[in-house]
Design a protein around this ligand. Sequence first.
Ligand code: ADP
Ligand code: ASP
Ligand code: MG
Length: 408
Amino acid sequence: MALIVQKYGGTSMGSVERIEHVATKVAGFVQRGDQVVVVVSAMSGETDRLLTLARSVNPRGSQREFDQIAATGEQVTIGLLALALGKLGIQARSYTGWQVPIRTDGAHMKARIQGIDPDRLRADCQAGVVPVVAGFQGITDAGAVATLGRGGSDTTGVALAAALAADECQIYTDVDGVYTTDPRVEPKARRLDRITFEEMLEMASLGSKVLQIRAVEFAGKYKVPLRVLSTFKDGPGTLITLEDSKVEDPLISGIAFNRDEAQLTVNGVPDRPGIAAALLGPVGDANIEVDMIVQNVAADGSTDFTFTVHKNDFDRATEVMRTVSAELGAKGVGGATDIAKVSVVGVGMRSHAGIASQMFKALATAGINIRMISTSEIKISVVIDEMYLELAVRTLHKAFGLEQPTAA
Ligand code: ADP
Ligand code: ASP
Ligand code: MG
């Protein structure tokens, strides 16, 4: 008998029929003798609908109220799934975040889980009742409902698995595992049997939204066995593992991409100590996160300073840069929002040289210009024109031989 936390995503909960299908799956585990705690998302599209509704009333309104509204999507699906389980003769009880309770900090719309009291859920399991918990939400010390950021139900699932010391956390979704890249962009993408936490964290941070970044962080930190599986198709899915040196790692495990960034350039900045701080300080003060940074000294001794921010922050960042650039006597501020970032990720990169040149050569052969580059120990990212994104993903997928099954 195992204790399993199962999380079902928005597509899996997308209609009454699908919720009934999820109930049948959960019932199968219960009937085999497992203890199951279920975490669910809102029906697909519902959180978007709720946030649009909120913004239509007051786009700059209180984030506390946005959370109050956004969290209702999950309150509906927990109830529906508990009803569907009841119809199958399985005892089930639904819980919102505050009813568990799941305590969070006060950072509305991107709150962090600070603690979970597992007693109620444990008592249910022992009494043969299946708890169905709302993902994505918790309660702050001030008694307000707070949400965990988009895709946050994954994090609820992993955090509950950690709090209950569950044997496994299973993330059920609309793909049957983690693929070498998003199968919606490259149909030849291949399911991975396993991927390390470290690689999964890079993939998630670089744009692969199959798991929320914080869920992977949490699972790594608390060593929660984590698996991504399909709701609709049986199979082993993908296990997220601690590094296993017995198996030789493939050079590249996957390709991630993200269309969410925009690029800003300040031209002709005087080249002297303190310039980077003078430019980026005010951006930080405006609460804008900066991702990639490139600084280049020209022959005339001036500097071009380029960086990327989230597209949503582009207008504000441009405003800040115009002010700072005038103060510093720079030549001007430029920018582009039609860019995309493509990254190759793999722990095997640590022990192999030449991955970067192989990547750049493949992109050059496809006629794709690179605007920016950044690297870390296990990833290389490039910024390119957005119109070439899909071509770049497919080109790199092929160049690194990701369609072929690995020998391991
Ligand atoms: P859920 O609603 O179940 O949480 P998501 O839409 O958040 O589902 O995540 C699943 C989606 O993630 C897939 O449909 C797929 O398009 C996308 N995805 C992006 N990158 C990958 C990847 N490397 N492997 C698998 N799926 C990926
Ligand atoms: N319903 C929330 C969202 O759409 C949380 C989730 O699905 O994980 O972001
Ligand atoms: Mg998701």
